[in-house]
Design a protein around this ligand. Structure first.
Ligand code: NIG
Ligand code: FE
Length: 414
């Protein structure tokens, strides 16, 4: 058995009360000025003041003592919403947006997601794996130790399964925990242009059963948006997915308020994502149904839109999580430190709220909280060291990653 002791760390961790943290608990953390973490075989056994922990474990044969040199130790980031599996970047499209074209205009002209669909369909599985791997390794280097990755650039059964196989392989061949989401309803593909309902039928009748049969995804997600899938089409797809045994997520009210947040509440979805334009009634309904709000401030930044109203959601008791949305279109970043900084500076979250959001609540949003999301006994020793005194450094030291070391299951991985 491997026994490791982290010493001389300023530990800051969310406190897992067995459910996502909301309301005043959104910013609930525990700190140890000079703290220590003891773990066995990658699982945390003890956390606390260094003196007390040293005493507690003095009779164990410790294999390795890691001196954190006073750096801030927090849980590894959990990124609960990404599209990191893609084949090609879309820099030219970003330039078009800088010159005034809107994201949805580009989408309507057959660019955007549909351009990523063409490149994924054209690329071999190995090639797709390598691009995805490079995105995931970059995320890991900036402290992401658990990640959700969606399909959704295949849009036919064969290519959706190809993406999901790549995502599975990322989980097997990297240190990260990877949670796969099936997002066959990310857009209506060219060959179904003008016939969205026929495509919805394909998703429901062919893709969902096949993905389920292969046991290759955990969640189902839909892009519910004007010009993509209507509320009714989204409902149909998510209900079919839920009947098949998937938990539901929904891209809701990202550009226009179409009522997606309300649909998430009505269906009892695990989370609603984006919510830049979500209205107040639907935010209240999310609170009543316990839907987690996964906020993606990098997307508001990249699309130059008003940020989601995190303060309103927290005040209403909606648990807030944070994610990168990493994708080649609406937001190209793998960096949770960047997302953290935007949440604090542009969404008005406190550093403590952003910490809980980017670790514990994000873990709940992908059903991983039993294993990750806080530095507490029984959870994996997924720990990161920050070059600063507290998580505030993530907002303060802008434009860089203050993540100095990344431990997954107690092993140094970046
Ligand atoms: O979350 N909104 C839909 N999906 C992504 C964008 C994907 C893309 O542009 O490739 C998002 O913003
Ligand atoms: Fe997304």
């Amino acid at each position: 058995m491997s026994k490791k002791l982290f010493v001389n760390a300023r530990i800051v961790t969310p406190i897992d009360k067995g459910k996502p943290s909301s309301g005043k608990d959104q910013g609930l953390v525990r700190s140890y000025e000079r703290g220590s973490v003891y773990c066995e075989d990658g699982i945390i056994k003890e956390v606390g003041d260094e003196e007390r922990i040293k005493e507690l474990v003095c009779d164990r044969d410790i294999d390795m003592v890691i001196n954190c040199e006073g750096m801030c130790l927090i849980p590894g980031f959990v990124d609960p919403h990404t599209h990191m599996c893609f084949a090609a970047r879309r820099e030219e499209e970003f330039s078009m947006r800088l010159r005034g074209a809107s994201y949805m205009e580009i989408h309507k002209r057959g660019g955007g997601i549909l351009s990523s669909v063409r490149s994924v369909r054209d690329s071999g599985e190995e090639e797709l794996f390598l691009t995805t791997l490079s995105n995931v390794e970059s995320a890991l280097s900036m402290g992401t130790t658990t990640v959700e990755i969606k399909s959704g650039y295949g849009l036919d059964t064969e290519n959706e399964l190809k993406m999901l196989r790549v995502i599975r392989r990322i989980g097997l061949e990297t240190p990260l925990d990877v949670v796969p989401t099936f997002m066959g309803a990310h857009a209506v593909p060219e060959e179904f242009r003008g016939e969205p309902d026929r495509f919805v039928d394909l998703v429901v009748e062919e893709m969902i059963p096949e993905v389920k049969k292969q046991g290759i995804a955990h969640f189902i997600d839909v892009f519910c948006e004007e010009g993509v899938f209507t509320l009714e089409q989204s409902r149909k797809i998510l209900e079919a997915g839920m009947r098949a045994g998937f938990k539901a997520k929904i891209h809701a009210d990202e550009v226009i308020d179409t009522g997606g947040a309300g649909l998430a509440a009505a269906l009892g979805a695990i989370s609603a994502e984006h919510l830049l334009a979500a209205n107040e009634n639907n935010i209240a309904s999310m609170s009543e149904s316990g839907v987690i709000a996964d906020l993606l401030p990098g997307t508001a930044y990249s699309l130059r839109k008003a940020y989601a109203r995190a303060g309103k959601m927290i005040e209403r008791g909606v648990p807030v999580g944070l994610a990168s949305d990493c994708n080649p279109g609406s937001c190209f970043t793998e960096s949770m430190p960047f997302v953290f900084g935007l949440a604090v500076m542009n969404m008005g979250m406190t550093p403590e709220e952003a910490l809980v959001a980017s670790t514990l609540n994000s873990a709940y949003a992908i059903e991983m909280a039993a294993r990750v999301g806080s530095v507490e006994p029984g959870k994996q020793a997924d720990l990161i060291l920050l070059d600063g005194d507290s998580p505030t450094i993530l907002a303060y030291h802008a434009g860089v990653s203050p993540v100095m070391a990344v431990y997954k299951l107690g092993e140094l991985v970046a």
